[in-house]
Design a protein around this ligand. Structure first.
Ligand code: FAD
Ligand code: SF4
Length: 338
């Protein structure tokens, strides 16, 4: 069980000033090392003594990991750029506002001032059993406490669950998938650039990780190509309280229109599965169709095909159907529970 203490446990603390030095430290300490970004997810794990790294590698002194740069084909955002900087950046606001909208709805202003984009997409599942140190599947055990008749699973997955029914909590992740972002990683074998949706993994690949990072790996930057710059964007997040709160579900879409016809589209949701989901079948079904209530209706029904609710989260099926419907039709409604 979690024992919350006011002081940090003892570990070796490193503050490298370059990516190369950070990599050396991570390689040296292997699975005993912990990468520290803004600390908003990390500090809980460490202070609760649920994760017990021997070495913590703080990235906050590495200048090359910070800031937003224009590239020949879009922008590159350093992994240590704070969510506040992302929200305020003029190029992001002008051309890729979908990301600014998602990032601005994450947490509170104080958390956004400290939390980084790299940390936001790499954060772990937020659920009580796991975070309180219960030995569930995700913690390496052989049971899921949430997926039981009386387990607390109101916030959990309706799609692609396999033993673990936790969902990914990031608000920026679906926006990055919709913008066709590329994630740049440094691994012991060299640089790797991945499509955003490939960065996130589900329990069928590794039940103990939410993303592809392995010991020794660093996320260094996120690149957004100009392909969807200035497209029609839609971001909506539903949460229990209209102040800082994790998403029950969110949707992000980028759309190119020719008149009222949908020429091109990318759409993703988070909060439905262990990883943010790109809705490829929906994209294929609506391409070439009119942006209308009828197309939105069809898309919403398609999006929830195969959804299986748990004991306490049946509401997520109409929620997802209506979020997708609104993202496609572009019409905001006051209620989503029909
Ligand atoms: C009270 C509260 C409410 C929140 N609400 C929301 C919300 O509504 N929506 C939302 O999206 N988020 C929310 N968050 C998350 C928050 O936005 C932070 O983005 C998130 O916790 C992690 O960012 P961080 O920079 O603090 O990373 P850290 O906590 O330091 O790191 C998070 C994880 O990522 C790893 N990591 C970080 N950066 C790298 C890197 N460059 N390379 C490799 N690994 C890395 C760390 O090892 C760690 O495992 C909330 C957090 C709190 C505490
Ligand atoms: S949903 Fe996942 S994280 Fe939560 S108790 Fe089940 S296995 Fe653990």
């Amino acid at each position: 069980m979690a024992v919350i203490r006011d002081v940090m446990p003892a570990f070796e603390f490193f503050q490298p000033s370059s990516v190369a030095d950070a990599q050396k430290l991570l390689e040296q300490h292997g699975p005993d090392a912990w990468v520290l970004a803004g600390g908003l997810d990390s500090f809980d794990w460490l202070k609760d003594r649920i994760k017990k790294p021997k070495a913590v590698v703080d990235l906050s002194g590495i200048k090359e990991l910070k800031g937003v740069r224009a590239t020949s084909d879009g922008i590159e955002i350093g992994a240590m750029t704070t969510l506040t900087e992302v929200v305020r950046n003029p190029i992001i606001r002008e051309k890729y506002n979908l990301l600014a909208e998602g990032a601005e709805l994450a947490a509170s202003p104080q958390i956004r001032n400290q939390g980084t984009l790299g940390g936001n997409v790499s954060q772990d599942a937020r659920y009580w059993y796991y975070r309180a140190g219960w030995p569930c599947y995700r913690a390496g055990g052989n049971i899921c406490y949430a997926d039981t008749p009386t387990g607390r699973n109101r916030e959990h997955a309706i799609l692609h669950a396999e033993r673990c029914v936790a969902v990914n909590p990031s608000d920026s992740a679906p926006a990055l998938i919709a913008l066709d972002a590329k994630f740049v990683m440094r691994t012991p074998k060299g640089e790797r650039v991945l499509d955003a949706e490939e960065y996130f993994i589900g329990p069928q690949i590794d039940i103990t990780r939410m993303n592809i990072l392995r010991p020794g790996d660093l996320l260094t930057a996120i690149r957004i190509p100009s392909t969807w710059a200035g497209a029609q964007f839609y971001f909506e997040k539903v949460r229990d309280r209209n102040v800082w709160d994790f998403p029950l579900m969110n949707v992000a879409s980028a759309m190119m229109l020719s008149g009222e016809r949908i020429e091109g589209i990318r759409i993703a949701v988070n909060g439905a599965a262990a990883r943010p989901l790109r809705l490829k079948a929906v994209e294929d079904a609506v391409r070439g169709k009119a942006r209308s209530a009828a197309t939105g209706e069809m898309a919403g029904k398609l999006a929830v095909k195969g959804a299986i609710p748990l004991q306490f989260n049946t509401y997520k099926i109409p929620l997802m159907r209506n979020l997708v419907k609104r993202a496609i039709s572009g019409v905001e409604e006051a209620t989503w529970g029909s």
